[in-house]
Design a protein around this ligand. Sequence first.
Ligand code: ADP
Length: 596
Amino acid sequence: MRILVFNAGSSSLKFGVFDTGAETVQVFKGAFERFRDGGCDFRFRRDARDEGGTAPHAGLPEAIAAVPGVLADWGVEGIAAVGHRIAHGGPDFAGPARLDEDSLPRIEALTPLAPLHNPANLAAVRLAIKTWPDLPQVGVFDTAYHLTNPARATTYAVPEAWREAGLRRFGFHGTSHKYVAVRAAEELGQKVTDLRIISVHLGNGASVCAVNLGRSMDSSMGLTPLEGLVMGTRSGDVDPGAFGYLARQLGLTIEAIETALYNDSGLKGLTGSSDMRDVEDRAAAGDAKAQLAINLYAYRARKYVGAYAAAMGGVDAVVFTGGIGENSASMRRRICDGLDFMGLRLDHDHNAAVRLADRAAPQIQALESRVAVIVTETAEQLQIAREVAAHLARPEPQRRPIPVAVSGRHVHLSAEAVEALFGPGYALTPGKPLRQPGNWAAEERVTLEGPKGRLERVAILGPLRKRTQIEISRTDSFALGIDAPVRDSGALDGTPKVRIIGPAGHLDTDGLIVAARHIHTNPEDAAAMGLADGQLVDVRIGDGPRALTFTHTLVRVQPDAFTEMHIDTDEANAAGLGGEGEGALVKERATVASGA
Ligand code: ADP
């Protein structure tokens, strides 16, 4: 499928045409840049033909209007869909979305969250709809990838009323982080879902992302693209107390402070130039301001890399991308030089010799380094093309009801745990069969004990597992006095310990979780509903006054599974659901853990 992708900013329009398939390849690359009175610069490339110069288009509308003519001149035909990069998708857009009269107002309402970026993105969408009224237009959001971040990463510790008004961390550059994480895993010959990767995107905007087992777990940008690293013109992290101080000392308004933090800070604020090449040249010539800027830039990035290694409990690979990450060997070296303590050591010759043609992703760590270090060009437009094609290929989901079952607290035991609790050689007695084939509730029960209290007669579900897992509700976690994280089944690393008591002994084991809600389904039902393994969907339960839509419900496709949604007792109570019930798929949240 041939897809035209737009990345529209306030001063530029970059676009590309891609053929998607087993491999996605770029067939045309174009840019109109530095819009100004009377014109702009342009650059077009197809195969070996490469042209640049000035064009008369002074703004986005003229530039977009010129695109059909450019494509015709360069012989690029057969566009089947248009993809758009959209900076902010807020909490709702967790995957690509058709841009139409339903979604556009919802995206427009997010403008206050990205006042510099969303208006240009949306202007391009409106103009593209006018120019290509018959083609599907699909938006891909910079924030979407990060909607899998846990609450502890997305919550600001501020008054409840502010949080209710929407103040939370989102994160950006998601398309880039997702692309480079998958590319790095490819280079390492491993699945992205088996790796802990720190993606360091250093362009004019810059952010670091912790990609834990294929999913974004945290990233350095927040509510807006202002938080985090030092950037070209943006400050990154500053003490929020600065607002009051500057208002009182300099009489500055909130608007003036915000504008300066976006446009006159970062490298520009420190040195007068927002361009790292300038700053590096000046530093080399002895300019003290430029030297401080470089030190500060690297120091901040290194702190985030260290922080995310701690957040993930380790790191397998660090990936550098973006104009600075791809091109500045000295900046990569400065960032990595302090990271020996966590087993990351650069090979300085490999670092200096990086060449990035043809999607290369060279490894530049030293032989003895425990952490891989990879450099690769980001390819946001290519990733957008892939996601648009995948979105359009997915059949419209059938709105058929999904049976809902309520899971009470229970444990899955390992063979060692059974011996510790019931005695050597003991075999559990399978009792009631469960609806998932081969699963049963045992006749035996156990007790859970925490610092605050006990939960008695807790069910044991069979068959035995490799690792013991204890699933409780949030309410139960307070009864025990142990905070349990919301986790997918099996994702037990770093989970808290709890004491399990059986008739023959007790066992202190990790594996205590609040199970993330999920839908079990089989390949046939999944195909009929348009669902994919790893996808997150929204499901509405009930239609009375307590009806609730459960967001972020993980789809798990397994051969022979009985199609059924599992929620816990807290969730069932909140939705006014007594025993079993039915849910309806509301809309897609097409965040998939791996691939595309
Ligand atoms: P954007 O975020 O706008 O896409 P880029 O990813 O193109 O920006 O990154 C632009 C930054 O990359 C600029 O600061 C530029 O100076 C820097 N850069 C490009 N080439 C080099 C280089 N060879 N050495 C150092 N910095 C470079």
